[in-house]
Design a protein. Structure first.
Length: 315
């Protein structure tokens, strides 16, 4: 019964409400509340701060989320080992990834992974904004940039250049920016990451950094859509080479201002601060690391560099 209550506790934490957990599990709200109370009595602590409108994890609750995930994962692995054999992976994996990267590389690798491991189920959540791995119940998340939460475990997937790009049609109509300052006179397509507007683009090194405020007539929180707008000639975009590299190599987009670009941006996998990850999560993380690293080595920056002359043509 304790393991069942721990599973229910994790569902409450993931859904953010007792009602949501009841709906997810098919239990009544009364039953969910009683079983949560029983779990709190068992540990002698309050696991959620409750108000009339919301609940949030207490410090003890956050600690139990980590421990419960670890214990339940170990139980699941042991069950699989005994029933299906040492070589079989099974169980759920919840992963969060940026929209562009998730729709392309990650989705392809998930297809490959589930074909090889049919007893594994994967839920992929696509978002370009911040995610709370523990609170939202993710086993793994992929994100660009530095990780500020030191409690998370992190595995590097390499570093990738963010490119300033536009379609040939846009450049033919509006001219090619020769310096970062020129972007102030162009229509720049701006990304929103959660509550943060990415409307200040950085150039140069940390020692000689230049920050350029940009603006345009389109703002969106979907990285795939902003690439589509750039391809359609609606403006200039700032995107990772992982997202637009193939479009640049094919000539559908032109890489601009390459002499001014900042240092590459790190791409990382993040894991909750549990003691150990289940074998299925480790196996998927290993596949992601191998395949993304292989693509990075295969693509390189050589072909992108060949576009520089085109980007420097006269307006």
């Amino acid at each position: 019964m304790l393991l069942d209550n721990l599973r229910l506790f994790l569902t409450i934490a993931e859904k953010g409400s007792l009602v949501g957990a009841a709906r997810e599990t098919g239990l009544s709200s009364t039953t969910v509340s009683e079983r949560l109370a029983a779990l709190e009595t068992h540990y002698g602590v309050v696991l959620f701060n409750r108000t009339t409108r919301s609940i949030s994890l207490t410090e003890e609750g956050r600690l139990l989320v980590d421990g419960a995930k670890s214990v339940l994962n170990e139980v699941s692995d042991l069950d699989t080992l005994i029933r299906l054999g040492a070589d079989t992976l099974s169980g759920p994996i919840r992963i969060s990834a940026p929209i562009d990267l998730g729709r392309s590389i990650v989705a392809d690798l998930i297809g490959e992974f589930t074909a090889q491991n049919p007893a594994v189920t994967i839920e992929l959540s696509l978002s370009d904004g911040y995610v709370d791995l523990v609170g939202q119940g993710f086993d793994l998340a992929i994100r660009f940039g530095s990780i500020t939460d030191t409690s998370l475990r992190v595995r590097s997937l390499g570093s990738y250049q963010r490119l300033i790009c536009a379609s040939p049609d846009y450049l033919d109509m509006h001219g090619v920016p020769q310096t970062p300052e020129d972007l102030k006179r162009h229509n720049c397509l701006v990304m929103r990451f959660g509550g943060t507007l990415d409307n200040v683009w950085e150039f140069g090194s940390k020692v000689d950094r230049l920050r350029i405020p940009v603006k345009g007539n389109r703002i969106v929180n979907d990285g795939s859509l902003i690439c589509s707008w750039a391809l359609a000639g609606h403006g200039i975009v700032l995107k990772s080479e992982l997202d637009v590299g193939e479009d640049v190599r094919s000539g559908r987009l032109v890489s601009l201002l390459e002499d001014y670009l900042p240092h590459p941006n790190p791409l990382q996998m993040m894991f909750p601060p549990a003691r150990a990850q289940p074998r299925r999560v480790v196996a998927l993380a290993t596949l992601l690391h191998q395949e993304i690293s292989a693509r990075r080595k295969a693509d390189g920056r050589t072909e992108l560099g060949k576009k520089r002359k085109r980007a420097q043509r006269s307006p």
